[in-house]
Ligand binder design. Sequence first.
Ligand SMILES: [Fe+2]
Length: 178
Amino acid sequence: MHIVNKIINKYQTNNSLYIGEKVTMTEHMVQTAMLAELNHSSESLICACLLHDYGHFIIEDPDHLISRSIDGKHEDIAFNFLKNYFKPKVFEPIKLHVQAKRYLCRDKSYWNSLSEASKVSLKLQGGIMNDKEAKKFLSLKFHNDAILLRKYDDEGKIPNTKMKKIDEYRDLINSQLI
Ligand SMILES: [Fe+2]
């Protein structure tokens, strides 16, 4: 199966709920991409938003039990898969989106705005960045896109809202392949 068909198929067949939220993983990622579009983001960033939690689909895939036994984080699993097919502008912000959350939480009002589930996972993800970690994060080329992705990610959790079908993103996904 062509990679784009394979990816689209995952969104169409996976009905898992986004952990601790009232939307499915598919709905969450489509909403995140729609927010990026609404804010006039580049096609690469929209694609990154659409694919940012793709690692969860891989982890759940029975054909990928091996990757499950590896102590992988979902952003690393997505990165390792997507880098084989997509431009760095797509997979780099995905790789950094958890780091971006840890960075943004240095701002107390941002931390307050997180959902309970997101506050719980922050601890597992290493907690709030210290000064040294923040400085290193800000030196990375794609940190800005990762921060934007993260902000749309936080908002893309609205149940029962009208949203695009994954198939409507087919051309966009295609345009970001290497
Ligand atoms: Fe997410």
